[in-house]
Unconditional design. Structure first.
Ligand code: BMA
Length: 303
């Protein structure tokens, strides 16, 4: 236990379907930010019609969350793209706006990256459907690089060429391009069977810290676990180090049993002023857990 970089909160899970004001089947994979001194989780919920909707919970201390009465009042979709399921929101603060990149699903596996923004987590404005078919895990950097917005994304692969993290650039959040895979020592960065962005990157003196998920294949299904890597500050397409060991993995009942077994999955990590990081994560696509650690320890583990 002592050598763990991240410590799971002893009161985990912090949100379960039983906490919700209406019957939901699952609550998981929250976007997480601090806004006006409050912790906000924007959570995937699966309602009884089996549709994924986003739902907000708020907390004063980061541990005790109260869900709102109803799901988020999501802006109506463009009629040409009548998204049905929305999930995995990753929230990035730029200026006084929060930009949310999420998976916009028309039907199973008909998924693109959508972008919506808000200033207050009460009203939301649509920005764009911002990818081709078959892309998700979009995570927007909190600053432009060389005058362009930057995001991590994860185009779909196939059995022979499983998915991994790419990077794309945009002048306006609507048009995206210059896409290429992240590289490590000049080669596409692969780790595990497949991998994708987890948390929105955090800027540090030693590089952009990216906490990502990596997926292992077993004879009995996938296991989703977390690792971390550092990206070059000037050219974030370059991985300059990564943790060879997992930093978070499913081990408890609430992480191993649920809609999808053996999953820990994150969309945002919150860096506190004292250097502590709070990682909110979906557990078995059913509950929400919290793990905490020191940012320096995570960075030091990236080699
Ligand atoms: C990913 C996404 C996540 C989910 C994970 C495990 O591909 O769909 O929303 O948590 O699979 O099921």
């Amino acid at each position: 236990m002592k050598d763990r970089i991240l410590k799971k909160y002893e009161g985990n899970p912090v949100v379960t379907p039983q906490h919700m004001p209406e019957t939901v089947l699952y609550v998981f994979n929250p976007g997480a930010v601090k806004h006006n001194g409050e912790y906000i989780l924007m959570m995937d919920t699966t309602t009884l019609d089996d549709i994924h909707r986003l739902w907000i919970a708020r907390s004063k201390d980061g541990y005790n969350f109260v869900p709102e009465d109803k799901p988020v009042n999501w802006p109506a979709p463009d009629p040409s793209h009548p998204e049905t399921c929305i999930y995995d929101p990753r929230i990035t603060k730029i200026g006084d706006e929060y930009i949310i990149l999420y998976a916009s699903d028309l039907s199973q596996n008909d998924v693109r990256i959508g972008i919506v923004k808000t200033k207050d987590f009460k009203s939301f404005e649509r920005v764009a459907i911002a990818s081709e078919l078959g892309n998700r895990n979009g995570a927007l950097f909190p600053e432009k690089v060389d005058g362009l917005y930057v995001r991590l994304d994860r185009p779909f692969g196939n059995e022979l060429n499983p998915c991994y993290m790419w990077i794309s650039y945009s002048p306006d959040l609507v048009f995206w391009g210059k896409s290429k895979p992240l590289t490590y020592k000049g080669k596409p960065f692969h780790d595990g069977y497949k991998l994708g962005a987890g948390a929105v990157p955090i800027k540090t003196d030693r590089g952009w810290l990216e906490i990502y998920h990596t997926v292992s294949q077993t004879c009995n299904g996938f296991i989703y676990r977390l690792k971390a890597c550092l990206l070059d500050l000037e050219d974030p397409s370059k991985v300059i180090g990564y943790t060879r060991d997992f930093i978070l993995w499913p081990e408890h009942e609430y992480e191993m049993r649920g809609r999808v077994m053996n999953v820990v999955f994150t969309c945002n990590a919150i860096l506190e002023e004292d250097g502590n990081v709070k990682i909110y994560y979906g557990a078995a696509d059913t509950n929400i857990g919290l793990a905490e650690g020191k940012i320096d320890d995570i960075i030091n583990a990236c080699r």
